[in-house]
Design a protein. Structure first.
Length: 284
């Protein structure tokens, strides 16, 4: 056994003898690359349950942003799945199409699925916001529960009143598949067709005129949809539509405050559409 050990030492080239120091035996305190630091943000969320005889209150939830998606809706889903399953809110498409997750976030009406927890600045980098984010249901509406407003008392009856479908004096000719229009005429409808305008009620619930006259004033979203059909080159009843809108409350309750345009999560301009309706009526 001694001879084998001596043979191995003899076979090792000069200068290759390894030595161990106390420094090499110390374990470093470096964190693994795949472990990220916690980034806690607090969400104060409006809570109210009609089944409990209790006044509305705010609940605070801490969320680690390092394990959460970038949108407010991601945080709400994380809170509901990991902390409080009783938290109630609407959601569906997560793509800003359905308008279900409309709510008031840090004092501004918007869609939770399009609202960044940490908004990006002009340089493209994430801007450091406040440590606490406050979330309420849409203002000036009846609340069903928590962040769920009663949309039945909002703009749906107004939307039906404008008859939002194509109306022609003559039906389709034999063999006609669809009503065609030029690219120029179609471009006039950009920003007003249904997949652009979600009827999320962010604009209407930010409008003071709608707050006080919701039973008479049509509201910015519905008026923009009305203008969409007035401007459609395929529709034959533009004059009739304008005549029905020529009312002190339906249309002229709009005082051009422009809250609707400011809060629109799809960056549309209802105020401009309402102004165009007024202009067309003035020219008649």
């Amino acid at each position: 056994m001694f001879g084998l050990t001596a043979l191995r030492r003899a076979a090792r080239p000069a200068g290759s003898i390894r030595t161990l120091s106390t420094e090499s035996l110390k374990v470093s305190s470096v964190k693994p690359d795949n472990v990220s630091e916690e980034r806690i943000k607090y969400f104060k969320i409006y809570r109210w349950d009609p089944d409990h005889r209790q006044k509305p209150y705010l609940s605070t939830y801490p969320v680690d942003l390092s394990t959460c998606g970038p949108m407010v809706l991601d945080a709400l889903i994380k809170i509901k799945s990991e902390q409080d399953p009783t938290l109630t809110f609407r959601r569906s498409c997560r793509e800003g199409i359905c308008g279900s997750c409309a709510m008031n976030i840090n004092g501004r009406n918007t869609l939770a699925c399009l609202c960044y927890i940490e908004p990006k600045g002009e340089d493209g980098k994430k801007a450091k916001g406040e440590d606490v984010m406050k979330i309420y249901p849409l203002p000036h509406m009846y609340v069903v529960k928590d962040l769920v407003p009663d949309m039945g008392n909002c703009e749906w009856w107004n939307y039906r009143s404008i008859e939002p479908w194509l109306q022609t004096k003559e039906g389709k000719a034999e063999g006609q598949a669809e009503f065609l229009q030029t690219k120029e005429d179609r471009a006039k409808l950009d920003g007003m067709v249904r997949h652009h305008e979600t009827l999320c009620a962010c604009c209407s619930t930010a409008c003071p005129s709608y707050w006080w006259n919701a039973d008479k004033y049509l509201g910015p979203a519905v008026l923009m949809q009305a203008y969409r059909w007035i401007e459609d080159s395929r529709d034959d009843y533009a004059d009739k539509r304008l005549a029905e809108l020529d009312d002190a409350f339906k249309l002229y309750r709009c005082h051009t405050i422009m809250n609707c345009t400011k809060v629109c999560p799809k960056h549309l301009n209802p105020g401009k559409a309402i102004g165009n309706i007024k202009k067309k009526l003035a020219e008649k």
